[in-house]
Design a protein around this ligand. Structure first.
Ligand code: SAH
Ligand code: SF4
Length: 421
């Protein structure tokens, strides 16, 4: 029995994390791509740049890395030759490796990205990142962890054994990789025939933390990554166009609002505790009422900054008229949008997606109660790219976790998951 099945059968909320990467650590080290201003400062100090120059040099590096997308120190012509040589000797501007790129008929792109190794026995964790272009926006769905310690019963990521937090640099690097691939830098052009927004704005205009992992179990790194992504001198994404999705880590929600000031999405999925305990097991720690109280208290909440409630449509499980009515009743008084997500089945999953008529009926009840209730259009189905179901490498990850467990090794920062826990 796979560990997650065992864990689920035994009713465990989460898998055990045995190791973690320290917040702000940069495994693989030598690349400057994705680092925060403080980390860049330390990197410059380490090669002997004098204290009095540090601020200026960080600003220069920042501009080249995050505004221009430089891939080579030689491009940094406003920095002296000697410094460029020193930088090139000590560091790189390497991106995580793109193992594969799949392009859907609808223009959605999915990249399998291999992170730099964290130690001699680690070949590099793999995560997926998805780009969803529309005419007036481009949304990048990023991961915050490799796998997830939680075990939501309808989520494929929840079945993966190998778990570690991504560093802030690894989170930022997903945006850099995407912008490289779609030519979203000054002077760059998109690949031939690529579908990108045509409104004159940026090709990546929005970020959703809806890939692998629970962002609020990695809050330090997520907050640091958002700082880099939204810095006006560099990547310059609006915080209002960044959405962090959580399964309901109640104690971290206020921090997210105060420190990252982003939009919030809640994976609600059920309106009764008994059912939510099963679908989203973290509900056993923080129940629906505690979760909604934390939503009401979310800093910056207003009609202009509504919370998105995600609700996956599971046939015969959570999709009745009574569920829809209870949903709107629960959310009363909270500025909210409700996002109905057709369930994306995966091999071995025990659920089916609700019928289309059921989803429409559910949506109608929610809409009549005054809530916008868009049904998330499946995108990139031909390349299995749906957010929340980034999955194709699972088997490989499993095999690797098994191998590591057998050999009694764990790359630094990789959670080895014990069977039966
Ligand atoms: N861990 C965070 C963010 C990642 S999951 C969270 O749970 O919110 C992003 C969204 O995709 C969540 O709402 C999640 O519940 C949903 N999701 C996961 N698996 C899915 C599936 N198979 N079909 C549809 N939505 C799914
Ligand atoms: Fe983790 Fe989110 Fe999947 Fe739950 S839905 S297992 S929290 S990634």
């Amino acid at each position: 029995m796979a560990v997650s099945d065992a864990a689920r059968a035994a009713g465990f909320i989460e898998k055990t994390a045995e190791l973690s990467v320290a917040a702000g650590a940069a495994p693989g080290g030598a690349s400057l791509v994705g680092l925060t201003r403080d980390q860049l400062k330390d990197s410059l100090s380490a090669i002997g740049v004098p204290e009095r120059e540090l601020k200026m040099r960080v600003a220069q590096l920042w501009h080249w890395i995050y505004f221009r997308g430089a891939k080579d120190f030689a491009e940094m012509t406003n920095m002296g030759k000697e410094l460029r040589a020193k930088l090139a000797a000590a560091y790189t501007l390497a991106r995580p490796q793109v193992v594969s790129e799949q392009v859907s008929k609808d223009g959605t792109r999915k990249w399998l990205i291999r992170m730099a190794s964290t130690g001699p026995l680690d070949k590099g964790a793999e995560i997926e990142c998805v780009y969803i272009p529309e005419t007036d926006r481009g949304t990048l769905c990023v991961s915050s962890q490799v796998g997830c310690t939680l075990t939501c019963s309808f989520c494929h990521t929840g079945t993966q054994r190998l778990v570690r937090n991504l560093t802030s640099a690894e989170i930022v690097a997903q945006l850099i990789v995407a912008r490289d691939a779609i030519g979203d830098w000054p002077d760059a052009v998109p690949p031939e025939g690529a579908f990108v927004p045509n409104d004159g704005g940026r090709f990546v205009s929005n970020i959703v933390f809806m890939g692998m992992g629970e962002p609020l179990y990695n809050t330090d790194n997520v907050v640091a990554a958002i700082d880099v992504m939204s810095d006006g001198e560099g990547l310059s994404l609006s915080r209002r166009r960044i959405t962090v999705s959580t399964s309901g880590v109640v104690p971290q929600m206020e921090r997210l609002g105060t420190e990252a000031n982003t939009m919030l999405a809640i994976s609600l999925h059920a309106v009764r505790d008994e059912l939510r305990d099963e679908l989203v097991p973290i509900n056993r720690k923080y129940d629906i009422q505690q979760l909604l109280d934390a939503c009401r208290a979310y800093p910056g909440l207003s009609n202009a900054r509504r919370i998105t409630f995600e609700y996956v449509m599971l046939k015969g499980v959570n999709d009745s008229d009574a569920d829809a009515r209870k949903l709107v009743q629960l959310l009363k008084g909270i500025p909210a949008k409700i996002n109905l997500i057709p369930f994306n089945p995966w091999p071995g999953s025990k659920y089916e997606c609700s019928d289309w008529e059921r989803i429409e009926r559910f949506s109608e009840i929610v809409y009549r109660a005054g809530y916008a209730s868009p049904v998330r259009t499946p995108r990139g189905r031909d390349i299995l790219a749906a957010c929340g179901q980034l999955k194709s490498e699972t088997e490989k990850l499993r095999a690797r976790a098994r191998m590591m467990a057998e050999q009694g090794i764990g790359a630094e920062g990789v959670y080895a998951v014990r069977d039966g826990e």
